[in-house]
Design a protein around this ligand. Structure first.
Ligand code: FAD
Ligand code: NAI
Length: 475
């Protein structure tokens, strides 16, 4: 006898667990199935984000930033420290504790919201009248029936053809977050978000880091002026980024890994390192879902085909997060999860793709929302730009971190904000104001006229808005 639910969510990452909670809030009987296992084989809901993504990477970025500060910046404040050393095992242990707190937090939220959690792999068995039968295999072996199914099965790291991850020497994000000693030499392939964040962690801890990037431009999706400023900072830190390379054969040796590549000048080179992190993007994950049993449509990348409302080709089946089109970001997955739960309840859930913020948690941080200058040019939009450097911001001087700037792009006629781009301290927090402003269709003048606390980094946001009208007060 199968257990009956109104809504069954397959996948307990940020897309799935949030969808499950919202559906339960709306009065549905909800099940959430997730297969992630902790080291003891127990449940570890939260998906990539919690276990091997957002949360652990930020924990390591924080630890390594403290180490960097102690080594290179405390002295500026008159603080003398000597013999600073890093206990990598302790740092990784702290990261694991942070992850576990988040896993436990989600299990608590399921209880609080009366979501039934099943630990195991969920797969389609068959379509039944008014819904679908879902098989759970794992710690829980059950058959569930749901009227509505939300798929949130996430993504996996993309491997280089012919070079599978061994997670000892050739690492995906998973192994990269479990390195147990500072590698003397580390290479990363791909200078995208993971390449820069993970490269920064191990560079700060003392590795000689080289990032090999296939494209000739650095951070092509980022506003060019911001990317240039960030690159300058990374170069100064000693993060070696080689653009326009073609990666050749990769051989694991007793000592480590040997990476053959051709550089932008066409020279054939090789790099011998202790460890290699491959961070060349991620692929949607539908492994084990048994989509064939019900005829669920996938595209040529393996992503589940959905419309603008996250509806699949099957009635009553929805998909959200990394397993569908759009940016692979935790907050995008969450917003889609909420919107789908609300649509199932007959409400009008909505995700505004134009105001999804992006953040790269390096130092300096890089954050943006809306269109870049190069996109506006390509779209033929007439715009005004205003920038304000942190160098002229009192709080940034007090913090001792004056790298970077805030940049506003506004419509030349209406002054509506079209994009905000930040490189500098706490960009991840500052971008929230820009997101709110864009959601409310604010003009640059609106931000320029709002009172911002002094001294705060947010004054740089106000000043960049003033700069759109060429009337900065402090620069
Ligand atoms: P996932 O988080 O991948 O969750 C899917 C879940 O479904 C997993 O638990 C999986 O085990 C489970 N599952 C899959 N198939 C089945 C099945 N058949 N049955 C049962 N369970 C199944 N994004 C940000 O916004 N900010 C960041 O700072 C950030 N940092 C990142 C750092 C790294 C190193 C990585 C790799 C990613 C990072 N991301 C970040 C991206 C973010 O992790 C993803 O966008 C997000 O996790 C996607 O959520 P999701 O719910 O779609 O999928
Ligand atoms: P990415 O798409 O950000 O970057 C991949 C990079 O690898 C690109 O610059 C690409 O040009 C390059 N590349 C691809 N194939 C290559 C090859 N054969 N040789 C050399 N270079 C090659 O992907 P990444 O860094 O793996 O991260 C995956 C996703 O995870 C991100 O796109 C993002 O959605 C998410 N993420 C988000 C974070 C955040 O929000 N702070 C942090 C980390 C990941």
């Amino acid at each position: 006898m199968s257990k009956q639910f109104d809504v069954i969510v397959i996948g307990g990452g940020p897309g799935g667990y949030i969808a499950a909670i919202r559906a339960a809030q709306l009065g549905f009987q909800v099940a959430c199935i997730d297969e992630w296992k902790n080291e003891k084989g127990g449940p570890a809901p939260g998906g990539t984000c919690t276990n091997v993504g957002c949360i652990p990477s930020k924990a390591l970025l924080q630890s390594s930033e403290h180490f960097e500060q102690a080594n290179h910046h405390f002295a500026d404040h008159g603080i003398k420290v000597s013999d600073v050393s890093i206990d990598v095992a302790k740092m990784i242990g702290r990261k694991d504790t942070v992850v576990k707190q988040n896993n436990d937090g989600i299990l608590y939220l399921f209880k609080k919201n009366k979501v039934s959690f099943f630990h195991g792999r969920g797969s389609f068995a068959k379509a039944v009248e008014g819904g679908y039968e879902i098989q759970v295999a794992g710690s829980a072996n059950e058959t569930l029936t749901g009227k509505q199914i939300i798929i949130a099965t996430g993504s996996n790291a993309r491997a280089l053809p012919g070079t599978p991850f061994d997670e000892v020497k050739v690492l995906s994000n998973d192994g990269a977050l479990r390195i147990n000693a500072v590698p003397k030499k580390l290479a990363l392939i791909g200078s995208g978000v993971i390449g820069l964040e993970m490269g920064s962690v191990w560079r700060r801890l003392g590795s000689e880091v080289t990032i090999l990037e296939g494209l000739p431009t650095f951070l092509g999706a980022v506003d060019e002026q911001i990317a240039k400023e960030a690159k300058k900072a990374f170069d100064k830190q000693g993060l070696k980024i080689e653009l326009g390379v073609k990666v050749g054969e990769i051989k694991t040796t007793d000592a480590g890994v040997s990476v053959a590549y051709t550089n932008a000048k066409g020279e054939a080179l090789s790099l011998d390192v202790d460890k290699l992190i491959v961070s060349i993007g991620r692929v949607p994950n539908t492994i084990g879902l048994n989509v064939e049993a019900v005829g669920l449509q996938l595209d040529e990348r393996g992503a589940i085909v959905v419309d603008g409302d996250c509806k699949t080709n099957l009635p009553g089946v929805w998909a959200v997060g990394d397993v569908v089109r759009g940016p692979m970001l935790a907050h995008k997955a969450e917003e889609e999860g909420v919107a789908v739960a609300e649509r199932i309840a007959g409400q009008h859930g909505h995700v505004n793709f134009n105001t999804i913020p992006w953040v790269i948690y390096t130092s300096p941080e890089i954050a943006w929302v809306g269109r870049t200058e190069q996109q506006l040019k390509a779209d033929g939009v007439k715009y005004k730009a205003g920038t304000f450097p942190f160098l002229a911001n009192g709080r940034a001087r007090a913090l001792g971190d004056t790298t970077g700037m805030v940049k506003f792009l506004a419509d030349a006629t209406t002054d509506e904000i079209l994009g905000v781009h930040i490189v500098g301290p706490m960009a991840s927090e500052l971008i929230a104001e820009a997101v709110v402003a864009m959601e409310f269709k604010a003009s640059a003048e609106d931000i320029a006229r709002i009172c911002h606390a002094h001294p705060s980094l947010s004054e740089a946001t106000k000043e960049a808005a003033l700069a759109v009208d060429k009337r900065t007060l402090n620069f």
